[in-house]
Ligand binder design. Sequence first.
Ligand SMILES: Nc1ncnc2c1ncn2[C@@H]1O[C@H](COP(=O)(O)OP(=O)(O)O)[C@@H](O)[C@H]1O
Ligand SMILES: [Mg+2]
Length: 251
Amino acid sequence: MARLPYSGGMIAFHRVGLEYPRTGTKALYNVNLEVKKGEFVYVVGHSGAGKSTLLSLILRRLLPTQGAVYFAGQNLKSLRGDQVALHRRRIGMVFQDHRLLSDLTVEENLAFVLEVQGVPRKEWPERIATALRRVGLAHKKRAFPEELSVGEAQRVAIARALLLDPPVILADEPTGNLDLENALQVLDILKAAHSRGATVVVATHSRELLEAYPARVVVLKAGQVVRDERPGEGGSIRVRESPDRGGKEGT
Ligand SMILES: Nc1ncnc2c1ncn2[C@@H]1O[C@H](COP(=O)(O)OP(=O)(O)O)[C@@H](O)[C@H]1O
Ligand SMILES: [Mg+2]
C-alpha cells in the first residue's frame, strides 16, 4: 500500500493537479492539503476556483492528473472495482440542491439509501427516526419533497447523508439556496455531526457561516491553495504555510 505523505491525515492531497481532459481546463495546481481526523474545514473561493473539483477528488469521482489523493492512508488511485463503492460509503455527501427523489416520501428517500446499502430491514425504522430527529424533521417523514420548504428539503438531504454515520462528510455549498436562518440550521446539523466525531469539509461562499462557526479555512484561488488558516487561541488567526505539523489542533 502506498505510504501517506503526512502522518495522521484522514484526507491528504499531495501535489495534486487536475486537468479536465475533454476541455483541457486546469482546475487545480499543486494542491497540498491535509485534513486530520475529526477536523472541520471550510473550503472557500470564488466560483471556478476549484472547490467542487477538490471534493470530487475526495469522492474519487475524479482521479488527479498529477500527484495523489489519500483517504485514511490509502491512495485513492489504487481502489479497484467494488472498493470504489465501499470508499464512497465512508463519505456523506451534501450538495447545494437537495437531490431527493420527488416521487418518494421523506422516509422512503432514506429507506432507499438503506436498501441500496444492504442495511437489514429491521434496522430501518430506528435509523430513519434517528436521522430525522437529528435534523428536527421527525414530523415530516410522510411528506413528499415538494411539500417541504427549501430549508427542510436540504435538512432531509443532510439526514440522508448522515444515515450511515459516515466518518467523513463533504458539503458542496450546502447553504447556497438558503436564507441565513436556514443556513445556520444546516450548519448546526453539520456541527453536531462534527462533535460526534465526523471529519467535515464544507465548500462555501458564505461569510456568515465562517463567522457563526469559526474553523479552519482553506482558500482556493484559480486552482491553488492561497491561504490555510485556523482560528488560533484567543480568537486570533494564524496563517500556516506548510501542512507538515504533527500535533493535534485544539477544537
Ligand atoms: N466537468 C468539467 N469539465 C471541464 N471543466 C470543468 C468541469 N467541472 C469544472 N470545470 C472547470 O474547472 C474549474 C473549477 O471548477 P469547480 O471545481 O466547479 O469550481 P468551484 O466549485 O470553485 O466553482 C472551472 O474553470 C470550471 O469551469
Ligand atoms: Mg462548485
